[in-house]
Design a protein around this ligand. Structure first.
Ligand SMILES: [Zn+2]
Length: 141
């Protein structure tokens, strides 16, 4: 989620490796800038639960699309820390680090808390997120 309080502009994203690698975070910030005239310096962002860098194994080809700081080869598999990449990408697009909050919760490591497509082989439940921007009471005046 990316939210800019001055304009009350909100973007909700579901980011996987393809979207992240394809620049979805920058695209969202771009839409917020162009359509809602936000200044990313005033925006806040929250990165929700997702598979962690220990659990998320990807192909070599996918791993090498990301900076070395968020990927590693370990125990014979390429692993990607997608949350870390998203945090870096949010900051690269002007959102201040102190305004980026990451849950760092892993959907695969915590079976009592989360469903995980990867962990459960595709037979699993679904998560959802709800975000609401309430009408500004000053608009009613
Ligand atoms: Zn994990």
């Amino acid at each position: 989620m990316i939210y800019s309080p001055p304009e009350r502009a909100l973007a909700a994203l579901h980011v996987g490796r393809r979207g992240a690698g394809g620049g979805i975070v920058g695209s969202a910030v771009g839409v917020l800038r162009e359509r809602f005239r936000i200044d990313p310096g005033y925006a806040i962002a929250v990165v929700g639960p997702g598979i962690c860098g220990k659990c998320y194994t990807v192909s070599r080809e996918d791993a090498l699309r990301f900076p070395k700081e968020v990927r590693r080869f370990d125990r014979g598999r390429w692993r990607l820390d997608l949350s870390a990449f998203i945090v870096r990408d949010l900051a690269a697009h002007g959102i201040r680090r102190r305004n980026i909050f990451s849950s760092r919760l892993c959907t695969a490591c915590a079976p009592s808390l989360f469903f995980s497509h990867r962990r459960d082989g595709g037979v699993t439940g679904r998560h959802w997120t709800l975000a609401i921007v309430r009408p500004d009471p000053r608009d009613a005046e």
